[in-house]
Design a protein around this ligand. Structure first.
Ligand code: C2E
Ligand code: CA
Ligand code: CA
Ligand code: CA
Length: 276
């Protein structure tokens, strides 16, 4: 038993070493990734079930690492935040997503695009300037851009954040609260930060068979209606999810059931199949 214990310890410590090493390597390589054009965006559709039509796109970033392959944002975004690289990366993402949105518009597919905004961006003085100049460079009307923020913002200077949201919103850019319901003081934030959309976290969607969860979602949806916020359900994976959400009064959905995050060519095919 002693031997096995020792063995286990070794495996564990080697594993830790591997994780650390990988993170260090990713961090080093992340500095070169923008210049070497290793990022690309995929887009996931937002679907309006009532109108049976496309309601927008969310841009999601991917890193094609030359040696390690495609790396999930769950892994590299935290490193980008720590190093500050999240600022130039987000600038690039805003520009790319805006250009792509324009491209779809020019072909008659007039839908908004959403971009995820790390809270770290609010610590840079020039967020408003960044959003304004990228939209201008891409010649996209701010009305078509939505920025997704999360509840983790409450850990930061909330007054400063509210001021920045207000100034960006005054350009016409929309704001969505992402992963709503997973953080804390969710409700308390709603009357302080000016928002347009609530994105219901997929944790709720995945637990709709539990009556208490349904009760909570139903209340959130009613509250969103009263606050005149659009509500989008995340993680919609099957018809059962759709039926439950429709019953509760939510009809804008995002999830694998309607479409996975896709590259541009895949989207062409996806749109063709739906006569978009
Ligand atoms: P998120 O903003 O909550 O994005 C939704 C995530 O859920 C995406 O993961 C998407 O692929 C996944 N998803 C969508 N539909 C379903 C479904 O039906 N079932 C399940 N199980 N999952 C679904 P992804 O693309 O791996 O992104 C992970 C997270 O990384 C995002 O979560 C977002 O927080 C962050 N992220 C992605 N792109 C960016 C970016 O450009 N900037 C920043 N700051 N963060 C980003
Ligand atoms: Ca998001
Ligand atoms: Ca989300
Ligand atoms: Ca999430």
């Amino acid at each position: 038993a002693k031997g096995a214990g020792k063995n286990q310890y070794c495996v564990y410590s080697e594993d830790m070493g591997f994780q650390e090493l990988r993170k260090m390597e990713l961090e080093k390589d992340l500095y070169l990734a923008l210049d070497n054009e290793q990022f690309y965006l995929v887009y996931q559709p937002r679907w309006n079930v009532k109108e049976n039509g496309l309601a927008g796109w969310e841009a999601l970033i991917r890193w094609n690492h030359p040696r390690l392959g495609v790396i999930s944002p769950y892994e590299f975004i935290p490193i980008a935040e720590e190093t500050g690289l999240i600022v130039p990366i987000t600038r690039w993402t805003l520009k790319q997503a805006s250009l792509q949105c324009r491209e779809w518009h020019s072909r008659g597919v007039k839908q908004p695009v959403s971009v995820n905004l790390s809270v770290r961006l609010f610590q840079t003085e020039s967020l408003q300037e960044m959003v304004q100049s990228t939209l201008k460079e891409a010649d996209l009307d701010p009305l078509w851009m939505e920025l997704e923020i999360t509840e983790s913002m409450v850990l930061h200077d909330i007054h400063e954040i509210i001021a920045q949201v207000e100034s960006i919103r005054s350009m016409g850019v929309k704001f969505a609260m992402d992963d709503f319901g997973t953080g804390y003081s969710s409700i308390g934030l709603l009357d302080r930060i000016p928002l347009d959309t609530l994105k219901l976290d997929r944790l709720f969607t995945n637990n709709l068979e539990i009556p208490t969860k349904r009760g909570i979602i139903s209340a959130i949806i009613m509250m969103a209606e009263n606050l005149e916020l659009e509500i989008v359900a995340e993680g919609v994976e099957n018809q059962e999810h759709v039926d439950f959400l429709m019953q509760l009064g939510c009809h804008v959905m995002q999830g694998y059931y309607y479409g996975r995050p896709m590259g541009i060519e895949e989207i062409e095919e996806w749109m063709k199949q739906r006569s978009i």
